[in-house]
Write a protein that binds this ligand. Structure first.
Ligand code: UDP
Length: 458
């Protein structure tokens, strides 16, 4: 076995892969996990990244990092309008990226060759650059396959009057896209709606003509969506996930993780804690913050709550909470700015994850068999929440108003009632599927082998 691995590493020596992550936390983590996997398989790694949300290269001394100017002003580099941000990045990074890639291609070290470029699907301008420089481009999709199907159907949804869905009954099914209802259709707040459709077309069309698509997902979870998508996108597909099972996300965290979370969890009984986090972009208002706080306080169970600076619109951090709120709970609640999420989910004390259903968070929860309370805020999170609650049935969708009574009821259902116990059993079963797919002969293991052989064939 050992000598076979040596042989493969030798064979791959001298092949370099260039990766270009989108500068958002939920996109950076899987791309750097993929980079680490490829490095371990013997490839040399170059990472091109923007100044905006610049990466901490010191955590990856074995990669070479190349920073490009993104030209964003301070107001442009804001998460308030993620669609405009994406569109701007695709315009402003085009020339600096082309220069950087051309330089890397012309300054090849002797005995080395560049195999391919792997970019986030969000960098749709890069397909034209890759073609002009004659280098194959693979795409990494960091969302679910099921969401991409919906994303690719945006033009149809628009034509049929679902976008915007004014006048449609929110609970009505969308027959074109089961199991979605009208209210599950992704919403993206953006100043200029037309920009969204340009971004969607850019991402879908430039993925379709790429050399292949890598998915942070696995066959058993999204088999039907993968098969449907492959018909529309007849390019090589590599569902190799969940990527964080190979390498943790902590080394690519943009915010520093508050390590006090783990000793605090150590003091709590098994499966007793509600872990609450809405990821790196979603925002809430002050009223919602207060309803969450009282919902958590009233259910009388321990909670670990991530309130990221910037989570509450118009507030620095948790100053809108009533004075003495945490003290009143007598140690039952712990609030941090950013947590070591994977470790928190893997901790025996964690009982439920109240999540915005970003795709990484959803996968991380599945991998640790922690049932979810779904609180999608925008975009793909709405589709993920629908799959979690109605297809995989491993979570409860908080669909009504964010109100303390509803919150308390949802937490009690998942933590204390038979319905929650059934979700727990189903998610344990899904976790077993994850463990199997990563083992030799499993679907993700095989997809990764296929991907490596494919890259070596360039
Ligand atoms: N995360 C973390 N600490 C936190 C909250 C989140 O390390 O307190 C990580 C989480 O493990 C995940 C990523 O940040 O890998 C968030 O990605 P996701 O796709 O769930 O959501 P997004 O931030 O893109 O909305």
């Amino acid at each position: 076995m050992g000598s076979q691995r040596e042989f493969h590493l030798q064979q791959r020596k001298g092949r370099r892969v260039i990766l270009f992550p989108l500068p958002l936390q939920g996109h950076i983590n899987p791309m750097l996990q993929l980079a680490s996997i490829l490095y371990n398989k013997g490839f040399s790694i170059s990472i091109i990244h923007t100044n905006f949300n610049s990466l901490n290269s010191s955590n990856y001394p074995h990669f070479s990092f190349h920073s490009i100017p993104d030209g964003l002003s301070q107001s442009e580099a804001s998460f308030a309008d993620i669609v405009s941000l994406l569109s701007l990045l695709n315009v402003k990074c085009a020339a600096p990226f082309q220069d950087c890639l051309a330089k890397l291609l012309s300054n090849i070290v002797e005995g080395e060759s560049i195999a391919c470029l792997i970019t986030d699907a969000g960098w749709y301008f890069t397909q034209a650059v890759a073609q002009s420089l004659k280098i194959p481009r693979l795409v990494l999709r960091t969302n679910s396959v099921s969401f991409f199907l919906v994303f690719a159907a945006f033009p149809l949804l628009r034509e049929k009057g679902y976008m915007p869905a004014e006048g449609c009954e929110p609970d009505a099914p969308v027959p074109e896209l089961p199991p979605l209802r009208v209210k599950d259709i992704p919403v993206f707040e953006t100043r200029i709606p037309e920009t969204l459709h340009q971004v969607v077309l850019g991402m879908t069309n430039q993925t379709k003509v790429s050399s292949g698509c890598i998915w942070n997902s696995f066959q058993d979870l999204e088999q039907i969506s993968l098969a449907t998508l492959h018909k529309e996108f007849p390019i090589p597909m590599f569902p190799v996930g969940p990527l964080h099972k190979y390498f943790p996300a902590s080394s690519s965290s943009l915010l520093s993780q508050d390590q006090s979370s783990i000793p605090w969890l150590d003091k709590q009984p098994p499966k007793s804690v509600i872990y609450v986090s809405f990821g790196s972009i979603a925002a809430i208002n002050e009223t919602e913050l207060l309803e969450i706080a009282w919902g958590l306080a009233n259910c009388r169970l321990p909670f670990l709550w991530v309130v990221r600076p910037g989570l509450v619109r118009g507030a620095e951090w948790i100053e809108p909470l009533p004075k003495g709120f945490l003290e009143m709970l007598d140690g039952r609640g712990h609030i941090v700015k950013w947590a070591p999420q994977q470790e928190v989910l893997a901790h025996p004390a964690t009982g439920v994850f109240w999540t915005h259903n970003g795709w990484n968070s959803t996968l991380e929860s599945i991998c640790e068999a922690v049932p979810m309370i779904c609180q999608p805020c925008f975009g793909d999170q709405m589709v993920n929440a629908r799959y979690v609650s109605h297809v995989w049935k491993v979570g409860l969708h908080l669909e009504r108003k964010l109100e303390r009574g509803e919150i308390e009821k949802a937490i009690r259902t998942v933590m204390l009632e038979a319905e929650g116990q059934e979700m727990r059993e189903r998610i344990v079963y899904l976790k077993e599927k994850v463990d199997l797919c990563l083992k030799q002969g499993g679907s993700s293991y095989q997809s990764l082998e296929n991907l490596i052989n494919y890259i070596l064939s360039f």
